[in-house]
Design a protein around this ligand. Structure first.
Ligand code: ATP
Length: 353
């Protein structure tokens, strides 16, 4: 059983006057078999949280359970987890087979059982023909698969991945992403996967834990965090280009933002200082809408990005690449359906509607 509970988990680094609180009372419940991605910008505490689950870092406060067992004081080897690192950490002088078998030999697993598990992992990962090679005779992607093979053969209750794809080029990263998804479908092992890459997070995670400055901003499915971001932070972090965030004043069905007032298709949840969010693909060109002064265009192939301003607020519009685009310097009119308006409190950044 590989469920994981985090209850008021805290981490403080250092001692005395030079302490730094990297994790502030984090709570999360992860079900057995779930694939969870922990995502957030550099320094937000993702690796620290993962390393605390792994037992590689002390827990300063709170409790971590794995499979219903409090693991706070257990050594990594006693936690029934296997970790895949960014730098693979393979033994250079050992063959692929021995790299995968090593942990099992140490754990005194029988030779027959080792043979069975390594061959099975090699088959899943398509490493069968490479078992006698050494790491230096492998490509980056193959080394990454060996690192995963070494985790699989241990048959742990939980896989922990710390940015395992960051050393691969873009094409290989996309391919390995698919392999990890397939692996999870076949084995169904609870997985915690850390990344700063929101595309990786959206494509791999059944649920995402979005972190910022040592706190959880939102836990939800990719659809939740994209469709109903809990804060301006999540709205700006998930999605590329990010959601347009326009600070202004809501007054009786109109929204004033730096010299321009726009009429709203659906009223704001309340009047006052709010931030209005609109995804770039949710505004369309049409008569009688918001004025967008076009400043720059970018052709991406299937689509085109139109950068400009509504009042003083920067606004990015995503349009079909085959449409004739507006010209730089033009002012065009934007229509947005009411269901595509996101409202956030101006001071706290929290979602209010
Ligand atoms: P990245 O994506 O850059 O790896 P991260 O989100 O994984 O970032 P962590 O490595 O968990 O971030 O670090 C969280 C915070 O804790 C950072 O501000 C970091 O500087 C700090 N930190 C990490 N390790 C230590 C340490 N041993 N001593 C003091 N501070 C640390």
């Amino acid at each position: 059983m590989g469920s994981i509970s985090l209850r008021q988990v805290e981490k403080t680094y250092g001692a005395g006057a030079r302490t730094f609180k990297a994790i502030h009372g984090v709570d999360a419940e992860i079900a057995d078999g779930e694939f969870i991605v922990i995502v957030g910008p550099s320094g937000c505490g993702k690796s620290t949280l993962l390393r605390m689950v792994a037992g590689l870092e002390d827990i300063s406060g709170g409790e971590i359970d794995i499979g219903g067992r409090v693991v706070n004081r257990l050594e990594p080897a006693q936690r029934d987890i296997a970790m895949v690192f960014q730098n693979y950490a393979l033994y250079p002088h050992m063959t692929v087979y021995d790299n995968m078998a090593y942990g099992l030999k140490i754990a005194k697993v029988s030779k027959d059982e080792i043979e069975r598990r390594v061959q099975k992992a090699a088959k899943i990962l398509e490493l069968g023909t490479l078992l006698q090679r050494r790491p230096r005779e492998l490509s980056g992607g193959q080394r990454q698969r060996v690192a995963m093979g070494r985790a699989i053969v241990r048959q742990p209750a939980v896989f922990l991945f710390d940015e395992p794809l960051s050393n691969l080029d873009a094409k290989l990263r996309a391919q390995t992403r698919l392999e990890i998804q397939k692996l999870h479908r076949e084995l169904g092992v609870t997985s915690l996967f850390v990344t700063h890459d929101q595309v990786e997070a959206m494509t791999l995670g059944q649920r995402l834990i979005v972190m910022n400055a040592g706190r959880i901003e939102q836990i939800g499915t990719p659809e939740d965090v994209y469709g109903r971001p809990a804060s301006t932070f999540v709205a700006g972090f998930i999605g590329s280009p990010p959601m347009n965030l326009m600070p202004g004043q809501a007054v009786g069905g109109r929204f004033e933002l730096g010299g321009t007032a726009i009429a709203l298709p659906a009223a704001a949840p309340r009047d006052g200082a709010l931030t209005l969010g609109v995804r770039p693909e949710h505004a369309v060109l049409g008569e009688g809408g918001w004025p967008l002064k076009v400043e720059m265009l970018e052709m991406l192939g299937a689509e085109r990005l139109v950068y400009g301003r509504v009042g003083e607020a920067a606004f990015t519009l995503r349009i079909d690449g085959t449409l004739v685009p507006p010209a730089v310097g033009d002012t065009v009119s934007l229509l947005v359906e009411g269901r595509h308006l996101h409202w956030f409190d101006a001071a706290s950044g929290k979602r209010v509607g």
